[in-house]
Design a protein around this ligand. Structure first.
Ligand code: ADP
Length: 191
């Protein structure tokens, strides 16, 4: 069974490549950002809390996100056949919690796919996406804040996963299909 974390800065292509990974390996896709945006749309209590953080480019508190993840793993049977985690974990406590949650369920993270893209290209992609996405966080000020948050809170995860031999660096620039081929080579080696 494969449990994959897709890792990278905002705009690195995690969502795009996750869709292709789902198609080829039949994994269940968990995108924390997408789930939170659905909560905002639905006007739920969680959505109201999430909106305050997301529109400022800040991360939600670890406890909220970890509880959401535990709940999904418990209530969605398909997650037992393998998951692609997109946008989670984003902090060291989240990564430690993920290891514990999976260990409790008799499984583990098989590989972490790290999409590597330079900052000017990330900003360019996010601004372009902002013209069509309608996302409250795809504007220059919030994009810069999200990249700051990524550098301070999320990049330490690279070492966390490198030290345990799970990190696979992938060049995240060029054609979408060529990037996916590089990912598939890594994932097929885990099967
Ligand atoms: P991107 O990777 O392009 O920033 P996401 O859709 O993954 O987009 O996340 C959007 C926002 O949702 C984040 O900036 C953050 O506010 C919130 N969010 C998503 N996942 C998490 C998480 N694991 N922990 C805390 N906040 C999160």
């Amino acid at each position: 069974m494969l449990n994959v974390v897709i890792f990278g800065a905002p705009g690195s292509g995690k969502g795009t490549q996750s869709e292709k990974i789902v198609e080829k390996y039949g994994l269940y896709h968990i995108s924390t950002g997408e789930l939170l945006r659905k909560e905002i749309e639905a006007g739920s209590e969680l959505g109201k809390v999430a909106d305050g953080y997301i529109s400022k480019g800040q991360l939600l508190p670890d406890a909220i996100i970890i509880k959401m993840l535990a709940n999904l793993l418990d209530t969605i049977p398909e997650t037992r056949n393998g998951v692609i985690f997109d946008g989670f974990p984003r902090t060291i406590p989240q990564a430690e919690a993920l290891d514990t949650l999976l260990a409790e369920r008799g499984t583990a993270v098989s590989a972490v796919i790290g999409l590597e893209v330079g900052e000017p290209e990330l900003i360019d992609r996010l601004l372009k996406r902002g013209q069509v996405s309608g996302r409250s966080d795809d504007n220059l000020e919030t994009i810069k804040k999200r990249l700051d948050v990524y550098h301070t809170q999320t990049t330490p995860l690279q070492n966390f996963y490198k030290e345990s031999g799970r990190y696979r660096a992938i060049k995240g620039t060029g054609a979408v299909d060529a990037i996916f081929e590089a990912i598939a080579r890594e994932l097929s080696a885990c099967l």
